[in-house]
Ligand binder design. Structure first.
Ligand code: SF4
Length: 292
C-alpha cells in the first residue's frame, strides 16, 4: 500500500472521515477559503522558485492573478467571517509581492536533483522498512543555506497566525519527520553525510490589509527545528504501519471523543455521518499541481 502523511492524519482523527474522503472520494461542494487560497499561493511561489533557480525572470503578480481568477471564479468558496474575494486578492498580492525580498534575505537556494531540476514540489516515494508498503509525499522545498552549506526540508505554509517558535509543535510535527525520512531514504547521495541538517516552516500570514493602521499580511523568516531523532523517525514509521494494518482490515471507526471540540464539530461529512445525507458533497477530482 502507498500512504501519505495527510491520509494518516485524517485516519487518526476519524476513520469514518477517512472512508468518506479517500475511499468514497467525497468532498464538500463549497471549498474552504484556506484550502483555495493556500493552493494558489503555493502554486505561484513554487513556479517562481523554479524559474528563479533557473535564472529566468518571472512575473509573480500576473501568475498569481491568473491562478487566483481560475480558482476563485470556478467554484463556490466558504470565506471566514468578514472576508470576501476582494480581501483575499489584496492579501494574496501583498504576500506575493513581499516574498522575493524576504526569500533573498534567507540565503536559501533549492537543491538541484539528479535530473538538474530544483527540488520544488518534489515528489518522493520512499519504502517503509521491513514491509511492502511505501510513503508518498510532495515536498514544497529542499533547500541549501548558501552561507554554510546546510541542507534542510522547508514547508511553505499560509496561516492565519504565526507559529509560536517556543511551542513544541515544530519539534514534533509528524509531517516534517516524514519529509526528513523521505529525503534521507531516497536522496541521501545528494546530501553531505546522507543527512539533512534541519527541518522547518516558512509562513505567510494571511491577515487582511488594514484600512487605517495595524499589521497586514506578512511573509515570515523561516523557522527551523533540529533534525528528528531515530526514535521520532521510528515512531513515525510505526504509526504508518499501524494505520495500514487498520486500513487493510477495512476498519473505519468513529473516534471516541466526548469533548465539544471533537473532530465532529469541524467535519465536512457530519451530515452524511449522522443523517446519511450527501447534500453538499460531490465526488472529488484528482488534484494535479501546475508546476513546470
Ligand atoms: S461527524 Fe465525527 S464521526 Fe462522523 S465522520 Fe465526521 S468526525 Fe467522523
Amino acid at each position: 500500500m502507498r500512504i501519505s502523511c495527510s491520509r494518516v492524519q485524517t485516519y487518526s482523527s476519524c476513520g469514518r472521515q477517512y472512508k468518506y474522503r479517500y475511499i468514497d472520494r467525497l468532498e464538500p461542494i463549497v471549498t474552504p477559503f484556506a484550502l483555495a487560497f493556500g493552493r494558489v499561493i503555493d502554486e505561484t511561489l513554487s513556479e517562481y522558485l523554479v524559474q528563479f533557480a533557473y535564472g529566468n525572470s518571472f512575473d509573480l503578480v500576473t501568475d498569481f492573478k491568473s491562478r487566483f481568477e481560475a480558482m476563485f471564479s470556478s467554484r463556490a468558496i466558504k470565506y471566514p467571517q468578514h472576508w470576501d474575494s476582494d480581501d483575499a486578492l489584496k492579501t494574496g498580492l501583498s504576500l506575493i509581492e513581499s516574498f522575493p525580498e524576504k526569500w533573498a534575505s534567507t540565503n536559501l537556494i533549492p537543491v538541484i536533483d539528479n535530473d538538474g531540476r530544483p527540488m520544488v514540489q518534489k515528489e518522493i516515494i520512499a519504502p517503509i522498512p521491513n514491509s511492502p508498503h511505501e510513503l508518498h509525499m510532495v515536498l514544497d522545498l529542499v533547500v541549501m543555506n548558501s552561507m554554510n552549506g546546510q541542507v534542510a526540508v522547508l514547508d511553505l505554509k499560509t496561516a492565519a497566525q504565526k507559529l509560536d517558535p517556543e511551542s513544541h509543535f515544530g519539534h514534533n510535527t509528524f509531517q516534517l519527520t516524514t519529509y526528513q525520512y523521505g529525503v534521507e531514504r531516497t536522496l541521501a547521495h545528494l546530501l553531505e553525510d546522507g543527512r539533512v541538517s534541519n527541518v522547518g516552516y516558512m509562513e505567510l500570514i494571511k491577515r487582511k490589509i488594514p484600512k487605517t493602521k495595524g499589521q497586514g499580511p506578512t511573509v515570515e523568516t523561516p523557522l527551523f527545528f533540529p533534525r528528528r531523532s531515530r526514535e521520532l523517525v521510528a515512531d513515525m514509521l510505526n504509526t504508518y504501519l499501524r494505520t495500514i494494518r487498520e486500513l487493510e482490515q477495512n476498519r473505519f471507526l468513529r473516534p471516541p471523543n466526548l469533548a465539544f471540540n471533537s473532530p465532529c464539530q469541524m467535519c465536512d461529512y457530519a451530515q452524511l455521518c449522522v443523517f446519511n445525507d450527501k447534500q453538499g458533497l460531490r465526488e472529488r477530482e484528482p488534484y494535479i499541481a501546475k508546476v513546470a
